[in-house]
Design a protein around this ligand. Structure first.
Ligand code: NAD
Length: 422
């Protein structure tokens, strides 16, 4: 059962707790989410037939503030996944030191198989079922896999209808014109690049020319690629669920690849020279197409899983050639794989630190809504840096102090902060 994310989360908690004298009551609270909610969501499909979907919300812990975490629409969503993700949110929010607890939710559905009208009916039904247990000072959902600003706005509208008044801060990740924050789309990728660079400096490594392969070219992967390239890293491989491209000399025009992916629906084949992106450029660029799996095992300095859970398992962990794994996805490495990487001295920058930039800027959005403020993008980026750099250094220093991996160190930092407040 090593791929059960909730069991993995528990093991990670226990591994870190061994280094601390943790209050047994706090440990018990962290092992048991405050509240788990399962709702049925009956809606009318476009053909007039009824269909019932399953929705989940887990409020893991609110020691440090209101529950906070995303909503995911995916066929594989289940209670154990949501519980694990909510636990990781509690840890993440403590690491970047924002006054939130942890929560997560989702609906077991493939949104690509629904019409826009069906998706809206489903979301609004979910929002009505969640309305009694969410709120700006209670539990604040946000986008996650397959959800976005438009979906958040439907939730906000439905919440306002149920409660009789509008409360923009009930959700984050809203479109800019509907109370969202500047810099939120970039936040997770940019935060990952700040964390990586802070740790490179701490480890005395020069990022200039370090090669990077990224699995998952969605919101997180695309912004991370852009910010790392601007900081001197060489992006040599990109992939999505259908495959990808590998150009050992570096992929120069990331914007062109993004536009090509939008047009063709895939990264594979997007060899772009100027505005021309096609396979005829492949040879001149010295590149080749790769499978979604191969991207993780290329001969590069840094690999970045930025897609879904369980990307690095015991099947491929020993094939990873990179010395650094930057975990931008949530839970991309199984327990066994983690141990195998550690044995070979691979540095894993853990998800709960690497991708915490997203929730840091979600906190900024919530704060702006609560105080009627609108910050400039430069201010958001600066404040994000001020969160990610100290968080990265705190994790690095804990790894030296306790002689642990960065993952265990990240949990230690989070647990100590939770212990201070409980
Ligand atoms: P997204 O839906 O925008 O992008 C996901 C990408 O992964 C897509 O390009 C998809 O094609 C690709 N993908 C899916 N399966 C794949 C596979 N088997 N191999 C290669 N690529 C595959 O999602 P996102 O917002 O970029 O999120 C990515 C990950 O980051 C998720 O694990 C999410 O939980 C995590 N995360 C996101 C945020 C955020 O702010 N968006 C914050 C924290 C963590």
């Amino acid at each position: 059962m090593q791929n059960n994310p909730w069991e993995r989360a528990q093991e990670q908690l226990h591994a870190a707790a061994k280094y601390l004298t943790l209050d047994p009551l706090l440990k018990a609270r962290l092992e048991n989410p405050d509240r788990v909610i399962e709702v049925s969501l009956p809606i009318t499909m476009d053909d007039g037939t009824p269909r019932v979907f399953e929705g989940f919300r887990v409020q893991h812990n609110n020691i440090r503030g209101p529950y906070k975490g995303g909503l995911r629409f995916h066929p594989k969503v289940d209670m154990d996944e949501v519980k694990a993700l909510s636990f990781w949110m509690t840890m993440k929010n403590a690491i970047v030191d924002v006054p939130f607890g942890g929560g997560k939710g989702g609906v077991a559905v493939d949104p690509k198989k629904l019409s826009e009208a069906e998706l809206e009916r489903l979301t609004r039904e979910f929002a009505r079922k969640l309305a009694p247990i969410i709120g700006p000072e209670l539990d604040i959902p946000a986008p996650d896999v397959n959800t976005n600003g438009k979906i958040m706005n439907w939730i906000r509208e439905e919440y306002a209808r149920v409660k009789g008044e509008d409360a923009p801060a009930v959700v984050t990740g809203k479109p800019l014109e509907q109370g969202g924050s500047e810099g939120r789309p970039e936040a997770t990728g940019l935060g990952g690049s700040y964390a990586l660079q802070a740790l490179m400096r701490a480890l005395g490594k020069d990022p200039k020319g370090m090669t990077v392969a990224i699995q998952g070219f969605g919101n997180v992967g695309s912004f991370l690629a852009q910010f790392l390239q601007e900081s001197g890293f060489l992006i040599v491989a990109l992939s999505d669920s259908k495959g990808g491209i590998y150009v050992p000399r570096g992929i120069q025009d990331l914007k062109a690849v993004e536009e090509c992916k939008e047009r063709s629906g895939r990264v594979a084949g997007c060899y772009c020279v100027g505005s021309v992106c096609d396979l005829t450029n492949m040879e001149s660029m010295g590149g080749r197409d790769i499978s979604p799996e191969e991207v993780l095992t290329l001969p590069v300095d840094i690999v970045v899983p930025a897609a879904l859970e369980n990307a690095i398992t015991k099947e491929n962990a020993d094939d990873i050639k990179a010395g650094i794994v930057l975990e931008m996805a949530n839970g991309p490495t199984t327990l066994e794989a983690d141990a195998m990487l550690a044995k070979r001295g691979v540095t894993v920058i853990p998800d709960i630190l690497a991708n915490a930039g997203g929730v840091a800027v979600s906190y900024f959005e919530w704060y702006q809504n609560m105080h009627g403020e609108n910050w400039h993008k430069e201010d958001v980026f600066r404040k994000l840096k001020e969160k990610m750099e100290p968080a990265s250094l705190a994790v690095y220093q804990a790894s030296l102090q306790y002689k642990t991996s960065l993952r265990e160190a990240a949990y230690i930092v989070a647990l100590k902060r939770l212990a201070q407040m409980s």
